[in-house]
Ligand binder design. Sequence first.
Ligand SMILES: Cc1cc2nc3c(=O)[nH]c(=O)nc-3n(C[C@H](O)[C@H](O)[C@H](O)COP(=O)(O)O)c2cc1C
Length: 371
Amino acid sequence: MSQHSIFEPYQLGPLSLKNKIVMAPLTRSRSNDEGVVPTYAAEYYAQRAGAGLIVAEATNISAQARGYAKTPGIWSEAQVEGWKPVTEAVHKAGGLFFLQLWHTGRISHPDLHNGELPVAPSAVKPEGQAFTNQGMKDHVTPRALDKSELPGILDDYRKAARNAREAGFDGVEIHSANSYLLDQFLRDSTNLRADEYGGSIENRLRFPLEATAAVIDGFGDAARVGTRLTPGGTQPGNTPLDSTPNETYGRYVEELAKLGIVYLHVVEGTAYVSREVPGNAVDFEALRKRFTGTYIDNNALDLKMAEKLLDEHKAELVCFGRDFIANPDLVERFRTGAPIADAPKETWYGGDQHGYTDWPVATNVPQLQNA
Ligand SMILES: Cc1cc2nc3c(=O)[nH]c(=O)nc-3n(C[C@H](O)[C@H](O)[C@H](O)COP(=O)(O)O)c2cc1C
């Protein structure tokens, strides 16, 4: 039995987390075509309520935000009603639950928008393919957003945050990572705008910071708003990194701190692959020091590495993604040393309860019965 501080409580703004382990947002692509989560999502998330905090899967703030078939939304009444039993189930199981707010921008496809082009800061085509109801399809060149359209998207962020609160979430995480809309504004590889939303770092930060202010306004409490970043990019990568990531994201996190958000959630390294960024292009430690609130570290961690990060005060909270898929009782397995199961990739996206709610707990561990 491990007694490490990772299993001790942590105060995140107004919320008392029972341990320092966060469940990462994980898209599982089981929502219907109206963006309503399945009823069995309540069981799935409640099974994982041993985490100190669960961040729910990326959830579209509007129809325009969609980039993948079968992902949930939080703009319609039916979607809000769909989430309510899920948040109730997590709370009943003793968990705390944030919703990740998503606009995919150019990482989308006309099939998801009745034939209209996806929108982005600039008309720059991503590499790769989109997940549509008709299977994988090549990305297209998006339509550059007119400045007059931006206030409408800020309203969508505000409304989505308000809806998340109405649905019973304890807070929201702004998805400013993985090359989606806000990241597309931040990076000079995808933002070629000539107006006050492009060019200098200050200009490229403008829209993501306005979106943050809108979300804080909508949820009504900055201490219940966090932001997720991937300055080192993702693999497979469809977006080149910013040319000066340390300056761009460094300035960004300073401004986010000024807005009073409660946490910064950073995917360190290259998401999915390694904790390294080619050429050591990003100094994560320097980034962390420029943010004054709680720092959550994610990406390719195991228990030992996570404990070391906490011991060395390199993070206040640690986050696990893939391990939560096949180990609903991940925290108990960590605590007791039970083996960690692997989820085959076929179960990650789409389908039904199979590979979703039917992963067993580690039955050979008696402590689980009392958890
Ligand atoms: C199936 C799957 C779905 C994911 N969905 C999201 C998502 O909705 N939002 C997000 O920010 N990251 C998403 N990610 C990335 C994870 O949150 C996490 O950053 C990544 O898996 C690395 O952490 P890990 O090594 O602990 O798995 C997803 C990853 C996987 C494997």
